[in-house]
Design a protein. Structure first.
Length: 202
């Protein structure tokens, strides 16, 4: 049986992740890097994969009211929260990024912020991102990456913490995932000591 201490630890971790998701994670400062690309591309529509409570899409709606918004998240609760925050301005679907219940070639931009480190089979998810993008569309992928020793510690801890984090992928792994899915013009850059942005074109 798990000890009280272990249960307490897990509750604390899920509480902290929940607060980060609902209350405004540090990574949300990085949304601006996606906004600058959206400003240039001027897409008709966009889908945010692993949308959480819809913080990114709320900002997109405010800055680019002409863009049609779509969302996917594994959690029904997050989908409901996204719908309620965007009151009628989003098509939000509950589903797994690794097997999306979405049609081929529907979107001009696919965004994925701080979600890929939750995916046990990230290649399946990136293949799906490629499939749902229109030809010439863009993938804007943000997530965490740290110096190698910190990444190693995080990857040791993730499965033990059981907070839903699977793996912090390094630069080569991300670029390989995106390349294998079929994307071209892949750009990867660190945008803070803890995060990266990868942009790629279908
Ligand atoms: C750390 S939150 C980030 C949420 C949001 N993108 C943001 O910027 O605040 C990670 C999100 O990924 C979602 N997620 C985890 N695994 C998923 C999967 N396999 N398919 C779709 N969404 C998933 C979680 O439900 C959660 O809402």
């Amino acid at each position: 049986m798990p000890s009280i201490q272990k249960n307490g630890q897990r509750a604390l971790i899920s509480g902290v992740s929940g607060c980060l998701c609902f209350g405004g994670g540090y990574w949300r400062h990085d949304y601006k890097y996606a906004f600058s690309i959206i400003k240039k591309i001027k897409p008709e529509n966009l889908i945010d994969i692993g949308c959480g409570p819809g913080a990114f899409l709320c900002e997109v709606s405010r800055l680019f009211p002409e863009v049609q918004l779509n969302a996917l998240d594994l959690s029904e609760e997050m989908i409901e929260e996204t719908k309620s925050r965007l009151s009628g301005k989003v098509t939000a679907t509950a589903g797994d990024s690794e097997n999306m219940p979405l049609e081929d070639e529907q979107y001009q931009v696919v965004t994925c912020n701080m979600s890929i480190h939750h995916y046990p089979h990230p290649q399946k998810a990136v293949n799906e991102m490629y499939r749902i993008l229109k030809k010439g569309g863009y993938l804007l992928l943000n997530d965490m990456d740290c110096a190698a020793p910190i990444r190693a510690v995080a990857n040791f801890c993730f499965p033990r913490l059981k907070a839903g984090d699977v793996k912090m992928y390094n630069r080569d792994e991300i670029v390989e995932l995106v390349k294998t899915a079929g994307f071209k013009k892949i750009k990867y850059r660190k945008i803070s000591p803890f995060t990266f942005q990868c942009i790629a074109k279908k």
